[in-house]
Write a protein of this length. Sequence first.
Length: 286
Amino acid sequence: MTTLAPPGAPIGGECLHAQTLAAEDHAARRTNVLGVGVSQITMADAVRTIDRWIVRRDPHYVCVTGVHGVMESQRDAGLRHIHNNAGLVTPDGMPLVWLNRLSGFEHAERVYGPDLLLAVCGAASSRPYRHFFYGGGPGVADRLAARLAARFPRMVVAGTYCPPFGPPSPAETREITRRINVADADVVWVGLSTPKQERWMSAHVGRVTAPVLIGVGAAFDFHAGLKKQAPRWMQRSGMEWLFRLSSEPRRLGPRYLLNNPLFVWNIMLQRLGIRRPTLHQPPLHS
């Protein structure tokens, strides 16, 4: 994609081919974080990889994962399997970026769900892909799509769908699959929160004709203008969890106050070699 060439770099085929090969290499390499393989990538690598999948119509899903997703995967072997079978597991939080760097990938970047959404939609100036937005509360997907279309005029909104509360019935599952396929979407953005969105993507990859499914959770509310994001300095310093905890203490308190200490403890044990998780092992216990 020519929009992703480095400043001053040639925009020829050789440059693009080299960038594609680099993105493929980074996408394939993963850091073992408590048995979850986290992709060693930058934002540019992620966008190029997604672009390649769309061009080739190669079905994949993307798990945008932070400490919460890793710790949920300790309690649920099926969820860990879903992560490890994803086309990409992007480092959504700074702790996973730091662990990528400790593993030798010094150029690791945070590939944060809300930023990935903007980066892929912004690439519409090069390739006007068709985007479907699935998830969020009543009216959220429509609001999100309208705001993104205003921001990126060349982006194509293929459709939106807000699922009903609770587990979908078989008829509802067939209906959303039909809607996505009729819309001829290239990318389906899934905003159901972890672990619902990961399970949905794993169940639907290859069943919907859209080649790429990306779970971005709270990005729906952020870019729909319904919730505030943490300041950039908090995001870069790994303190975003504190901002979100102060914003939604009742909902997020149990998650952060339980998961964060357990994550640090288990990572310490892994770094010391006391725990040796593989990418295909039973779940760890606290």
